[in-house]
Write a protein that binds this ligand. Structure first.
Ligand code: IDP
Ligand code: MG
Length: 149
């Protein structure tokens, strides 16, 4: 089964959106297999956003992501990587459709509430970066046969 890395950024935590975001993933039918509150170090932030190292917004992005606690999660399910990106919405909250997390709750590009892995290889890299193997739970929800044919 596919897994993805999801992080509620410091703005989402400060704005009390943790419960609402987890509710949306649960209600869709995805399974929570990893969850922790993290005070992100500069080293972790720079590794996580390594692909943006050369961009003008990189320093501000690292500053922001280390500015308060982040809720780091691993979610599992059929098609969870693409479905999460759809549920999260476009990077700029003003371009994100209503009904998406960024579209419903955000305004500014630099305060877009949530991160989600964008492809299978990045999901694998980000899960390994943020979670130790023992922090991920293999468990079988009792609802599986009601979610999957
Ligand atoms: P994504 O989060 O939708 O995958 P990316 O392009 O990977 O978007 O950018 C990573 C994060 O960097 C964004 O979520 C946003 O917080 C921030 N970011 C991207 N572009 C800009 C920008 O032009 N100005 C400020 N922050 C940006
Ligand atoms: Mg990205």
């Amino acid at each position: 089964m596919e897994r993805t890395f999801i992080a509620i950024k410091p703005d989402g935590v400060q704005r009390s959106l943790v419960g609402e975001i987890i509710r949306r993933f649960e209600a869709k039918g995805f399974q929570l297999v990893g969850l922790k509150l993290v005070q992100v170090t500069r080293e972790l932030a720079e590794k996580h956003y390594a692909e943006h190292r050369e961009r003008s917004f990189f320093a501000g992005l690292v500053e922001f992501i280390t500015s308060g606690p982040v809720v780091a999660m691993v979610w599992e399910g059929k098609g969870v990587i693409a479905a999460s990106r759809k549920a999260i919405g476009k990077t700029n909250p003003l371009d994100a459709d209503l009904g998406t997390i960024r579209g419903d709750f955000g305004v500014d590009l630099g305060r877009n509430i949530i991160h989600g892995s964008d492809a299978p290889d990045t999901a694998e890299r980000e899960i390994a970066l943020w979670f130790a193997p023992h922090e991920i739970a293999d468990w079988k929800p009792s609802t599986t046969s009601w979610l999957y044919e």
